[in-house]
Design a protein around this ligand. Structure first.
Ligand code: NDP
Length: 280
């Protein structure tokens, strides 16, 4: 269907451009490198790390992995991160979340140098985003903007509704949309009468983690819907939007799977390359 956004093509096109930039950097003896730290036994995290590794390989980004078992301490994690912060050959540092529950996740994330924080989770980078300064933007929101930009829509004055207020998706995407002059409303689990907001949304971003939370009657005719949710239902991946029933009502919608998840990994690669360019 034409109104289901072909995210794969958007990503493939961007990958080609990125490859050219990486090859140029290599000619200048700059070899972009990403360090990934995995400190959990979560199978979904392992899948994400594999996806990142695969795209690094495809693009020619060096991928250095630190796979840590449950005996790892917060001190050890900080030691690894501090070493990577100082290593001039490392452009990006990523700690795959969640980490083992005995670890101090906040301290670990805040120890990553903001200049190498390719996930864009450091308070300094989030603060810059809030005040509209140039910064490393977290991967999922950055990818969502790439999808929206591919549609060629002017966001000025549009009603954008974001469902979800997490640090990794909801809040940063709301900032990005605001910086583009959309009128932004953020909804969350305590929002009363969610549909009162969603019905007025020209752009609806759903980042909750509840399958089929958003139904046809909650959507405005001709809306652009970005479904961020990933829910595993009976062995299948489903989004937060009841896509089958809303597809005829919307102007555009992202599929799940094959949607925002693809641009998230791409954005990570773009962030690594952006940091690598600063070496010049
Ligand atoms: P969080 O659990 O951190 O946040 C979920 C948000 O949804 C919270 O703000 C919560 O509100 C809100 N919420 C929960 N229930 C409702 C409800 N009934 N109505 C309205 N709002 C509600 O999740 P994330 O932001 O990390 O992720 C959201 C989803 O996106 C997940 O499915 C995740 O797997 C997926 N995801 C996908 C990515 C991709 O690349 N495709 C990347 C990152 C995430 P409150 O704050 O009040 O608790």
């Amino acid at each position: 269907m034409q109104n289901i956004i072909d995210v794969k093509s958007i990503v493939n096109e961007s990958k080609e451009k990125l490859k050219i930039e990486i090859d140029k950097l290599k000619k200048e003896n700059i070899h972009p490198k990403l360090a990934v730290i995995l400190a959990n036994n979560d199978s979904a995290s392992q899948i994400y790390v594999n996806k990142k590794r695969k795209m690094c390989e495809e693009l020619g980004i060096i991928d250095e992995e630190y796979i840590l078992d449950e005996s790892v301490t917060t001190e050890k994690m900080l030691e690894i991160i501090n070493k990577l912060n100082k290593d001039k050959s490392v452009d990006g540092i990523l700690v795959q979340l969640p980490v083992f529950s005995h670890l101090d996740e906040k301290l670990i994330l805040n120890t990553i140098s903001p200049q190498k924080d390719v996930d864009g989770f450091h308070p300094e980078n989030l603060g810059r985003l809030l005040i509209g300064e140039d910064t490393i933007v977290s991967c999922t929101p950055k990818g969502i903007m790439k999808i929206i930009d591919s549609l060629g829509e002017d966001l000025t004055g549009k009603n954008a509704v974001v469902i979800g207020r997490s640090r990794i998706v909801g809040k940063p995407i709301a900032c990005l949309l605001l910086n583009r002059n959309a009128t932004v409303t953020i909804c969350h689990s305590k929002t009363k009468n969610l549909e009162n907001y969603t019905k007025n949304a020209d752009i609806l971003i759903v980042a909750v983690g509840k399958a089929s939370l958003v139904k046809k009657e909650m959507i405005k005719d001709g809306a652009i819907v970005i479904d961020v949710g990933i829910n595993r239902i009976d062995g299948k991946i489903k989004g937060d939007v009841d896509t089958l029933n809303v597809v005829d009502k919307v102007k555009y919608i992202t599929p799940v799977p094959g949607g925002v998840g693809l641009t998230t990994v791409l954005s990570l690669m773009e962030n690594v390359v952006e940091v690598a360019k600063r070496r010049k």
